[in-house]
Design a protein around this ligand. Structure first.
Ligand code: PLP
Length: 392
């Protein structure tokens, strides 16, 4: 047996562990008495257009509906995505630039596998989505953690520059960000791009940005989510409809390899090769049809806007310190003691489930996922107040 695989299977992530604890606790004392802010499962229903497109697709002859698609995805779906991006970002992508995947996870894994060789380095900006490290290490590479700026959790460009070596193949950026809820400003990304262009020149090799964007449309309070390939040519985009259309269980997303990226054709074919090695075969055919039909459906962010306000008003009232969330559906709150895990454990005592920042590569904070019902936020007030009182 492969011991590493065994370890990964046997030890659930801290987030999943807390979520499982929440399910057991809800069964024990009642769902309304547990305030579960642990998981990033969207709380907004999928748009009606999705169910309608699914019903329409189900009327197709079974041989069309259930068959394999080409490995990179059905041309009609890829074309619909390219058209949608071109309309929104003034680009000129074609279906040949897109490789459809089972969600952003498969897109990221395929990209990392495609552009690295064992012994290479990939940089993750801490705090970061914990699976990055697993995919990077599975490709035989080193995950190099670079902390974001402690003041505002934007990218720390001088620190990134210092971390780049001849072995650096890629930097993963994720905006809107899980777990902090930040949106990187255009200025911050431009500073990064200028530094990377200089490093590429100096090292004589491309350094790719892997832009992980499952929360692209979830931005609030006027935050602008930049189109990263416009700012830095050597960007590979990983996207999914898991969050924007609330379809995390349907497993549909893509890799975009913009033609202006270094070695674009070879990178695209390497992504196809990585998909082959990883056994992806093709993205779900039914979902490809649904996405082709629904691609222009607006994303409903209103419930998250309301939740964000309810939560921040409550935390302001209670005197908690946090980073103002500009996107995604997470709030990054300062733990009231240096040991974030101890703080999260104490919160559990008040039936409050918030994830310790240690699992995201930094100490001293907790992630509060506000993709929950409004009642969960409103009713959690006493628990947040009692937790605060524990430290006074
Ligand atoms: N990247 C980030 C930052 C995420 O938060 C998630 C899921 O929560 C993923 C990637 C994986 O997304 P998907 O469910 O589309 O595979």
């Amino acid at each position: 047996m492969n011991e590493r695989m065994y370890e990964l299977g046997a030890a659930p992530s801290a987030i999943r562990e807390l979520f499982a604890y929440g399910l057991a606790r809800k069964a024990e004392i009642g769902a309304d008495k547990v305030y579960d802010f642990s998981l990033g499962n969207p709380s907004v229903p999928a748009p009606d257009a999705i169910a309608q497109a699914m019903a329409k697709a189900l009327e197709l002859p079974p041989m069309q509906l259930h068959s394999y698609s080409p490995a990179q995805g059905a041309p009609a779906c890829r074309q619909a995505i390219a058209d949608n991006l071109n309309k929104r970002f003034g680009t000129a992508y074609s279906s040949d630039d897109l490789y459809l995947t089972m969600g952003a996870a498969a897109a990221l894994d395929a990209c990392i596998t495609a552009i690295t060789n064992p012994g290479d380095e990939v940089i993750a900006n801490a705090p970061y989505f914990p699976e990055y490290r697993i995919w990077i290490e599975n490709a035989g590479c080193t995950c190099v953690e670079v902390p974001t700026r402690s003041s505002d959790f934007q990218l720390d460009v001088p620190a990134l520059a210092a971390a780049i070596t001849p072995k650096t193949r890629a930097i993963i950026v994720n905006s809107p960000n899980n777990p902090v809820g930040t949106v990187y400003t255009r200025e911050n990304l431009e500073e990064l791009a200028a530094m990377l262009r200089a490093k590429e020149e100096e090292l004589g090799q491309p350094i790719y940005l892997i832009s992980d964007e499952p929360y692209r449309e979830l931005a609030y309070g006027g935050a602008q989510v930049s189109w990263v390939p416009d700012i830095y040519a050597d960007t590979l985009v990983c996207y999914s409809w898991s969050k924007s259309f609330s379809l995390p269980g349907e497993r549909i997303g893509y890799v975009l390899v913009p033609p202006a990226a270094a070695d674009a054709r070879r990178v695209y074919l390497a992504v196809c090769g990585a998909g082959r090695v990883l056994g992806y075969v093709c993205a779900p055919t039914l979902l490809q049809k649904v996405i082709a039909d629904c691609i222009d459906t607006p994303v409903n962010v209103e419930p998250y806007v309301r939740n964000r306000k309810l939560l921040t008003d409550m935390l302001d009232d209670l005197g908690y310190e946090y980073i103002e969330p500009a996107g995604a559906f997470y709030l990054w709150m300062k733990a009231l003691e240096p040991d974030a895990q101890a703080f999260s454990d104490k919160a559990k005592g008040h039936e409050l489930l918030i994830v310790a920042s240690d699992s995201f590569g930094v100490g001293g904070w907790v992630r509060v996922s506000y993709c929950v019902s409004e009642e969960t936020i409103v009713n959690s007030r006493d628990a947040f107040a009692a937790l605060k009182a524990d430290y006074e």
